[in-house]
Structures are given as structure tokens and as C-alpha cells.
Design a binder for this molecule. Structure first.
Ligand code: BES
Ligand code: MN
Ligand code: MN
Length: 463
């Protein structure tokens, strides 16, 4: 490690408190992109981030879109050196259920090594680590060993449509780069840094069933009128075979890329304790597609899950009512080669085909994302492996994930450069759930890893 790197790392230690305070300010802004009540906060968050990029020494701007702005920053003073594009998202998930939070979700609270707040790990804390690394190097040395671009979106949690349009239209001009760096995922286990080479895709569907024009007395009308709740239950029960765990939609598996032997062997070598997994989740046993291990199902086999179900009386006690409507939100996590649009169509056709008579059914394709598989070889991946090993004290493992980051497939298809998925979270970070947290030590290690990555990539000449 050169003297510059060492001095930068010392600066990070010295300024640790101010970095954390800045991150807390970022987390105080409720930038919930899926709820239009918060649109002013999302916009305020974009401006906050633009100012932080500017203060770090990047030339920064907000790029307006049809939705929420992208925040873009660049420093291109390293002539002849590679360019890294850092991607992240400044929007967050809704905090519900609110009553389960120990502290208000947008009042970041330190509990030992944990910083608890909505967005702490997903993705404000992780992507802010990239920015603070660049800020630290620029403050210490006045320059960077590589060129950097930052592109941070405000709609990832609601499907990432605007950034997708932007990247396609740009076609690699403003975004020209040698690699994309993403920290928006978790490490395989505490102390075990990880490089991801696969993310799942997504087809998110909503089923609405309408029956009579208003709720009816279930005695006076039951037997004479089809019940939207019963109809919905029937449809849902036909999606996944309860025995084999296979998805029953005809054609669903047609395009699935099977797991390769080296992957199955690699997954099998990872420490995975099924009993501990069940215990930590409060379940009695795992469930999924027969013939595959839990890791294989979660990382590399497609799934179909109800995400929300609403119908009829939800209050305390009994209310004898035949509900007028029912709704369900269903997500299908996809694997490479499954096309979200095609899967959405197969789903809609199947739902309409199995629907019982007497009700009106509407199926909506809410949003989708393509899965990605990345070739995690090449000089940038090697630099990342080395940076991760230096900072975390252990060689990283290669893993896949069940989550989705919609724009990553678009980056891969349009920019055609290597993509590094290097997450600093932990599996108990509770992303999208109450009491989301990010380990403060992981935040600082994320900053350090990024500093080392910049240095190592800068030391290798541009091929
Ligand atoms: N950061 C997550 C994706 C993720 C989670 C990757 C865990 C790896 C491990 C991202 O913010 C996310 O939540 N994505 C959504 C996308 C959807 C809303 C289009 C997801 O996966 O549900
Ligand atoms: Mn995320
Ligand atoms: Mn998320």
C-alpha cells in the first residue's frame, strides 16, 4: 500500500465522526419513492446528495427525468486512467409497520455498532461510503488515481424506470466507463466479504377481483353471489404446487438457465446451517422447489410469492360480510433468460384461465426487471477481490443473490463493461423491514475498501 493510501485511511479514522453525522443527515430525509405523499422529500434528498457530491469535489448536477431526478457527479482528471461508474439509490422503502420500530425510522439511532434507520443499509449507507471514499482521497491528495462518475437514482425501490430510460438513451456517452461499481447487497456472512455474480429479475403483478357493487350480508346473499375472496384464494392456490414447490404456470420454466455444476459445488462448499437458518427466521422448516438446496432455490431458481393480500373485514371480532372485492400483489423472482414481459403474460393468461366464474378479474403488470449473471473475472474484479481481502482480512467468496436491482441488467446490456456487485451489508440488516440497520464498522470498511479499489485500479494501466 502506498503512502497516499495510508494517509487517506488515517484521515478517514480522524474524520469518522463527521462522516457518520453526514450519513445521519442523509438518513433523516424520508425519500420514499413508492409513496407520492413523500415526493417533496425525495426531491429534497436529491438536492442534499448533489450538494454532498459537490462538497466532495465532484462536478455534480441533478439530471431531470419523467420521474425523480438522477444525481450525477464526475471527476475526470486522471488522464489515461480507467473510469469507474458508481451506482446507488437515494430512495428508500416505506417504513411500515411503524409500530415495530424501536425508534422513529427517520431518526437515525446508534445502538452499539449499529446505525438504525430506514435506508441505513439499503442503500444510503452503502453508496454514501463510495462518496466519502472519493471525498477523502480528494481532500488528502487533491486528485484521484482513476476517473470517477457517480449515478445515484431515486426510483430503485419503485422499479427504476427513469434511470433505465436515461441509460438506454445515453447509450454509453455521458456514462462511458470501464466498470460499474454497485454496493447495494450483503456479505455472505459476518467477516466474509463477497462478490456477487448474479441477481434475480422480477415480474411484479397485481390481481384485482371485483364482485358485487358493494359488500353484502353474507347470510342474505351467500350462496347466490360469487365471493371475490374465495375466487382469489382459488387462484392463489393454483400458482405453486404445495408438494413439489414447482410453479404451475404453463411455460414458466421454458427459458430458465439451469445451475451449472461448478455453481452447485461452490454453493455446497459455503458454510450454511439449515437449522440455524430456520431458527434465525422463526420457521420450523424450509420450503421450496424439490431437488434443490435452499441456497440454490434462493439464488438461482425462479419463485412466485404473494407479497400482499387484501379482502373483506380486517377489524377485530366477526363481521358477516361478503366482500365486494379482493386484491393480491404477487412477485415472481426470475433467473437469467426469463423475460419479465413474457412471464407477466404467461401469469395473466393462467390467472384468467383458472379463475372461477361470477367475478371480474384484472391482472396488472406493475414492474419488471431482468436477471443478471456476471463474469466475475478480469482485472477490475481482481482489484476488488484484493481490496476486499486487505480491508476485511479474508478472501471474498463468489455468491449470487435473490434480490433485484433493475438497472444492473441495463448497465450490462448497454454499457457492456464489467459490473462489480460488492455489498457491505449483513443478512440481519433487516432491509425493507422494521429496525433496518447498517453496522457502523461496515460503513467505515466500505469507505476503506473503496479507497483501496481506486488505488488498485489506478495502478493498473488502462487496457
Ligand atoms: N438492494 C436491494 C436488492 C438486493 C437485496 C440485492 C438483497 C441483493 C441482496 C434493492 O434495493 C431492492 O430492494 N430491490 C428491489 C427491486 C424492486 C423493487 C424492483 C427488490 O429486489 O425487491
Ligand atoms: Mn437497494
Ligand atoms: Mn431495496
Amino acid at each position: 500500500m502506498g503512502d497516499d493510501s495510508r494517509q487517506v485511511l488515517e484521515r478517514i479514522d480522524r474524520e469518522r465522526d463527521s462522516y457518520l453525522e453526514e450519513l445521519k443527515d442523509y438518513l433523516r430525509i424520508p425519500s420514499i419513492s413508492t409513496d407520492s405523499d413523500y415526493s417533496a422529500d425525495v426531491l429534497r434528498c436529491a438536492e442534499f446528495l448533489r450538494e454532498k457530491m459537490s462538497a466532495a469535489g465532484l462536478s455534480a448536477e441533478r439530471l431531470e427525468t419523467d420521474g425523480y431526478p438522477l444525481v450525477y457527479g464526475e471527476w475526470l482528471g486522471a488522464e489515461g486512467k480507467p473510469t469507474l461508474l458508481f451506482y446507488g439509490h437515494y430512495d428508500v422503502q416505506p417504513p411500515d409497520p411503524l409500530e415495530e420500530w424501536r425508534n422513529p425510522p427517520f431518526e437515525p439511532t446508534v445502538e452499539g455498532d449499529r446505525l438504525v434507520a430506514r435506508g441505513a443499509t439499503d442503500d444510503k449507507g452503502q453508496s454514501f461510503a463510495h462518496l466519502k471514499a472519493v471525498a477523502a482521497v480528494l481532500a488528502e491528495t487533491g486528485e484521484l488515481p482513476v476517473n470517477v462518475k457517480f449515478l445515484i437514482e431515486g426510483e430503485e425501490e419503485s422499479g427504476g424506470e427513469s434511470i433505465d430510460t436515461f441509460v438506454r438513451r445515453d447509450g454509453g456517452k455521458k456514462l462511458a466507463c470501464d466498470a460499474v461499481i454497485v454496493s447495494d447487497s450483503s456479505m455472505y456472512a459476518p467477516g466474509v466479504p463477497s462478490l456477487l455474480y448474479g441477481l434475480k429479475g422480477l415480474a411484479y403483478m397485481e390481481i384485482s377481483i371485483v364482485g358485487p357493487k358493494q359488500d353484502l350480508h353474507s347470510g342474505s346473499y351467500g350462496g347466490g353471489v360469487a365471493n371475490p375472496g374465495n375466487a382469489m384464494a382459488h387462484i392463489i392456490s393454483r400458482l405453486v404446487d404445495p408438494k413439489s414447490g414447482r410453479i404451475s404456470i404453463p411455460g414458466f420454466y421454458d427459458d430458465v438457465v439451469p445451475l451449472e455444476e461448478w455453481e452447485r459445488e461452490g454453493f455446497a462448499k459455503l458454510p450454511f446451517d439449515e437449522a440455524e437458518y430456520c431458527r434465525s427466521l422463526g420457521i420450523t422448516e424450509t420450503f421450496g422447489e424439490q431437488g434443490y438446496t435452499t441456497l440454490e432455490r434462493v439464488w438461482a431458481r425462479p419463485t412466485c410469492d404473494v407479497n400482499g393480500l387484501y379482502c373483506g373485514y380486517q377489524g377485530a371480532g366477526a363481521k358477516t360480510v361478503l366482500p365486494a372485492k379482493a386484491g393480491a400483489k404477487v412477485s415472481m423472482r426470475l433467473v437469467p433468460n426469463q423475460q419479465p414481459e413474457k412471464i407477466a403474460k404467461l401469469f395473466s393468461d393462467y390467472v384468467c384461465q383458472v379463475a372461477p366464474p361470477g367475478v371480474t378479474i384484472e391482472v396488472k403488470n406493475v414492474h419488471g426487471a431482468e436477471a443478471v449473471l456476471i463474469d466475475a473475472k478480469g482485472p477490475i474484479s481482481e482489484a476488488a477481490m484484493q481490496a476486499l481481502e486487505e480491508v476485511w482480512g479474508q478472501a471474498p467468496v463468489l455468491v449470487r443473490e435473490g434480490g433485484s436491482i433493475p438497472v444492473v441488467a441495463t448497465f450490462a446490456n448497454v454499457l457492456k463493461v464489467p459490473i462489480l456487485l460488492m455489498g457491505f451489508g449483513l443478512s440481519d440488516d433487516a432491509l425493507h423491514a422494521p429496525n433496518e440497520k447498517f453496522n457502523i464498522s461496515h460503513f467505515y470498511n466500505g469507505v476503506r475498501t473503496t479507497v483501496r479499489l481506486l488505488d488498485l485500479v489506478g495502478a493498473s494501466d488502462r487496457e
